[in-house]
Write a protein of this length. Structure first.
Lengths: 416, 311
């Protein structure tokens, strides 16, 4: 069984909670005691209907204010796949939560109210999903029951969205007309929309092809930890533990280690279960090399003929997630793969309006929930790829040096 | 660069969902070992901590686990669980620390709750925080899962705790990709939850796949029980049936393992892992809803305890 992670975004009136509630309930991932607890609270609050948002809005403050504060993770499985939902709230801390939820998602589900069509928030969802390079975008046109299941409404929304998305970098886009409340096209195909010939929502989630979304071409292995057992029977054992970030590694492969640039061969790939013939993303393994080289955490194993970029001057699209603005000259702690370095902000090239995609080149700072292109200089060279090419070796976080908050998320661009 | 991998080839490189979440958990465990001075892994002998311990073993194999294992001992343990704890720690050649709630009470740091059969569930927090301070632990692995409870659904993998051990759910660090931020100042620490993304069913499937041993009380057995608040409790030194609570024998098993005073059994004939996987897949009650009195205090009982520094 395969794992699919997807992010959802939208406000309460898009019917997102109803849809998630239905997916969870129909796949038996909502339990009776949870449902009873939600019914109890809903009744006590005087709601007209059972508010399924209460299933995920677990914090006291969320329940009191009737809002979702934070990304909530939900789990369900069908016989075909296991699903992890990152459910992101629509209003508060919008960009921060969307970026967080999308960073690990295979698919983003955007809900559109059939009566309202494409609104500002829809465009923001789509833009952030493309910025985070979520491989699959799923647009659910919801509340079709309220527009008499009219194909013309669906077609109009699809055309308008497709036109907008041509300005974005989206590789796979799917549209499904649904009614979350009535269950049309959610688990099974709806008899109310015979004109729709595609899959139901759940069927799409179960079958969308994700195996080739990973980078299986560029071998990248950031060293996490050096295993040296120091026991009598394994005195000479030295293995490099880590998680494969790209490509496929096999015993016998000629490899290069950065920053030293020395080359050697893979002597073996070890796991607790025994030696492995190959390792690929996202496996956690231990690589042994034929020659004894000086290698430590933060180093990168790659191929002599396929190396990442090496550099101290970086350009990145940065999402800013904290109150204190990011300004030219600021020093930050930066984490990339398995290393922390110091970074200084050399330039803020522009700030991007996430609603209009307009570039404000006069901007001198990024505020909370802003997105912009930033130039950084770091204390030690990083071994990186463009985020376009590899989401693992192309991503970074920025933390404040005094308060240690995770303040920024960066997606690296290649050197010009 | 080279040509794109075709869909046909990409399909060969697939991991099962268990292998995928295992790889993620091992990555988290290694990050902690590499970035912190003094990590510790909380081990209760329960199924979640058994799974976590197995992945710690895998993450550093053939080396040993590079941090100690700590049990917060309420003194209200199932004897089977203590026996199991000692044998697994010995097998892995791990270092076991025991922090005792009774010691905290004797030292005047904690006070037994009033009433008949007091639970020591909440008292564990003081003992845990004192142990963290005493040993100067800066990272504490816990086996909590996001599917367990609604406050835990909002929990980070790396969860920051201030100098009072407090969790501030409204002010959590965003967590992106697999880039975990464990930075903290002296006196603060990070709680780390490597199996955040696992469900109860995943845990059981993994136990089956790995052939992991568990305390015997997880499997169906005959036991004397009585009913209280819809739960089946086991009478003994720490739990006494009150008037009208009739003791009877039943075939039961435990879905969670906690303090004997607040952990209930469920009627079940599931005698091995395969039976339990079927039972869990078909169950319409969460494990905590079915068996934990400590979560029933209020709608936000878990959030309140977590804010104080609970697991």
């Amino acid at each position: 069984m395969e794992l699919l992670r997807f992010a959802t975004a939208g406000s309460v009136d898009d019917g997102k909670s109803t849809l998630i509630g239905r997916l969870l309930y129909d796949s038996k991932a909502i339990f009776e005691d949870q449902l009873e607890a939600v019914e109890r609270v809903s009744t006590a609050r005087g709601d007209d209907y059972t508010d399924l948002a209460l299933l995920t809005d677990g914090l006291r403050a969320e329940r009191e204010q009737g809002i979702t504060i934070d990304v909530a993770y939900r789990y369900f499985a069908t016989p075909a796949r296991k699903f992890i939902i990152a459910d992101t709230p629509g209003h508060v801390q919008y960009t921060r939560n969307m970026v967080t939820g999308n960073s690990t998602a295979d698919l983003t589900m955007v809900l559109v109210d059939a009566r309202k069509g494409i609104v500002e928030q829809t465009r923001r969802h789509a833009f952030l999903a493309s910025l985070l390079r979520v491989p699959h975008l799923l647009i659910c046109v919801n509340k079709m029951d309220l527009v008499s299941y009219d194909q013309a409404v669906f077609d109009r929304i699809r055309e308008e969205f497709t036109a907008f998305a041509s300005r974005l970098d989206v590789s796979d886009m799917t549209f499904i007309p649904i009614s979350a409340l009535e269950g049309d096209n959610v688990v099974t195909r709806s008899i109310n929309m015979p004109w729709y010939e595609g899959a139901s929502l759940l069927h799409h989630l179960e079958t969308v092809y994700i195996a080739s979304d990973r980078n299986l071409i560029d071998p990248r292995f950031p060293v996490q930890w050096v295993i040296r057992p120091q026991s009598s029977e394994r005195r000479d054992y030295r293995g490099y533990a880590g998680r494969v970030a790209g490509g496929v590694f096999r015993p016998g492969d000629e490899v290069m280690v950065l920053p030293s640039g020395l080359t050697t061969k893979v002597a073996g790939i070890d796991s607790f279960e025994g030696p492995l013939d190959e390792a690929f993303p996202p496996m956690s393994v231990t690589i042994r090399l034929e020659d004894e080289l000086d290698i430590s955490r933060g180093d990168m194993i790659c191929r002599p003929n396929n190396k990442p970029f090496v550099g101290q001057d970086l350009d990145a699209m940065v999402c800013w997630m904290t109150e204190r603005p990011l300004q030219v000259g600021d020093f930050m702690a930066l984490k990339h793969t398995t290393r922390w370095v110091r970074a200084v902000v050399k330039d803020i090239n522009y700030r991007l309006d996430v609603n209009t995609l307009h570039r404000d080149e006069a901007a001198t700072a990024l505020g909370l929930n802003d997105v912009g292109r930033v130039s950084l200089r770091v204390t030690q060279p990083l071994f990186y790829d463009s985020y376009r090419r590899n989401r693992t070796t192309g991503s970074l976080i920025l933390a404040t040096e005094d308060t240690n908050l995770t303040a920024g998320a960066g997606m690296l661009l290649g050197p010009d | 660069m080279e040509s794109e991998t075709s869909e046909v080839t990409a399909g060969q490189y697939q991991l099962s969902h268990l292998r995928a979440i295992e790889a993620q958990s091992m990555h988290i465990i290694r990050e902690v070992a590499a970035e912190f001075e003094r990590p510790v892994l909380l081990f209760s002998g329960g199924k979640d901590s058994v799974v976590m311990l197995r992945m710690a073993q895998k993450a550093f194999w053939p080396g040993k686990i590079p941090f100690p294992v700590m049990h917060i001992d309420t003194g209200h343990n199932f004897p089977e669980v203590l026996k199991f704890r000692d044998s697994i720690v010995e097998e892995l050649e791990a270092t076991l620390l025991v922090a005792s709630v009774q010691d905290s009470i004797d030292a005047g740091r904690s006070f037994e709750e009033a009433g008949v059969d007091p639970s020591r569930n909440r008292l564990q927090t003081r003992t845990l925080l004192d142990a963290i301070a005493e040993y100067k632990f800066d990272a504490v692995f816990g086996g909590a899962r996001r599917d367990e409870e609604k406050a835990r659904a909002k929990e980070r993998v790396f969860s920051f705790r201030d100098e009072f051990g407090q969790w501030d759910p409204k002010n959590q660090r965003p967590e992106l990709w697999s880039l975990y931020n464990g930075r903290h100042q002296v006196g603060e620490h990070i709680r780390v939850f490597p199996i955040s993304d696992w469900t109860e069913l995943d845990v059981w499937q993994y136990i089956g796949q790995e052939g992991l041993e568990l305390p015997s009380i997880y499997y169906a057995h005959r036991r004397e029980v009585f009913r209280r608040d819809g739960m089946l409790l086991s009478p003994g030194e720490f739990v006494h049936p009150r008037d009208g609570e009739e003791v009877f024998e039943a075939v039961v098993r435990y879905r969670t393992v906690g303090d004997m005073t607040c952990t209930g059994a469920v009627e079940s004939t599931a005698a091995d892992v395969d039976d339990i996987i079927l039972e869990v897949a078909a169950s319409r009650l969460t494990e905590r809803g079915a068996t934990r009195a400590d979560d029933r205090v209020s709608e936000a009982a878990m959030e309140d305890r977590k804010r104080e520094g609970y697991f």
